[in-house]
Design a protein around this ligand. Structure first.
Ligand SMILES: Nc1ncnc2c1ncn2[C@@H]1O[C@H](COP(=O)(O)OP(=O)(O)O)[C@@H](O)[C@H]1O
Ligand SMILES: [Mg+2]
Length: 285
């Protein structure tokens, strides 16, 4: 992983912008902290669903090519925060976002950001595997065809399936339905589908919580592996999983407050906040 950089200038990501980036008043003043450049940064982010506040003044910087875990009790806003990153909350009428959410220095809520282009760069995998009712091949090829990236389609599909540790299990049944795979294979197929779009960031919302222990362990190995190439942000209610697979851990507590964000071993071995200590030692939540 990237541990060799101390100061990094990241250019604003003009691939998100439909209009002329020179007119968009882009600037990047959020310096990268720690050892890896910051890919995603929230600044004083607040989210409401109608009158209920789900995220409360959250500021954090998510480093490149690491696994950042978000933990905390049910209802504390983990999924809401994740969905802010690629604007999936746009699809929820009651949701309202205030503050800044920067991706490579560009606020994803700026008027000139195309959410579809954003979601290609920031892919998402959900708790319930949701392959399309199509063949394994077509699941992975789907986004490539939509984007018109059909040169070497077979090679691209194979590469995505290899990258998601599924190729060896499905290479002789690419024409069979993705829905006939096991739950764990379906989840890796969804990861392959996200990877095929060539994202920079992969968001995962409890990606293993519907899976058995063997399938979970395969997904955990895969996530660690993916972080060599992608920035991974994972929500999990499983603290052991966060401890096993993440580099950084963000602890949210009730009311959508980010209580502590630090290196994962600091959070689990030496948390600053008593509330975090109580949470991770199981006193509540
Ligand atoms: N679509 C929605 N409409 C209204 N309220 C919601 C919606 N999604 C989540 N909430 C509320 O926002 C808060 C945070 O929810 P969520 O982000 O799902 O938490 P977590 O993922 O940590 O369990 C909860 O109070 C939840 O009831
Ligand atoms: Mg959730």
């Amino acid at each position: 992983m990237n541990d060799d950089t101390t100061t990094v200038d990241v250019e604003p990501d003009d691939r998100l912008i439909e209009t002329d980036p020179a007119e968009a008043g882009l600037s990047r003043d959020g310096a990268a902290s720690g050892t890896a450049p910051t890919v995603i940064e929230s600044r004083h982010l607040n989210v409401w669903y109608d009158d209920t506040q789900a995220i409360r003044d959250v500021s954090m910087e998510i480093p490149e090519r690491q696994v950042t875990a978000m933990i905390g009790p049910s209802g504390c806003g983990k999924s809401t925060f994740l969905r802010c990153i690629n604007r999936m909350n746009d699809l929820i009428d009651a949701a309202r976002v205030e503050g800044e959410l920067l991706f490579n220095g560009k606020d994803v809520y700026d008027d000139d950001v195309d959410p579809v282009a954003l979601r290609r760069r920031i892919g998402m995998v959900f708790q319930q595997p949701n392959p399309f009712p199509k063949s394994i091949y077509d699941n992975v090829a789907y986004g490539l065809r939509v984007q018109g990236r059909t040169d070497d389609l077979d090679e691209q599909v194979e590469r995505a399936l290899r990258r998601s540790a599924l190729w060896d299990e499905v290479k002789d049944q690419l024409d069979e339905s993705g829905l006939d795979l096991s739950g764990g294979q379906q989840q890796r197929l969804c990861i392959a589908r996200a990877i095929a779009a060539d994202p920079e960031v992969i968001l995962m919302d409890e990606p293993a919580s519907a899976l058995d222990p063997v399938a979970t362990s395969k997904i955990e190995d895969l996530i660690a592996d993916l972080a060599e190439e992608y920035t991974v942000v994972i929500v999990t209610h499983n603290m052991q999983q966060a401890a096993r697979i993440s580099d950084k851990t963000a602890v949210f507590l009730t009311g959508g407050e980010l209580v502590e964000f630090d290196d994962t071993n600091e959070i689990f071995e030496n948390p600053e906040s008593d509330r975090v200590e109580d949470y991770i030692t199981g006193k509540f939540g």
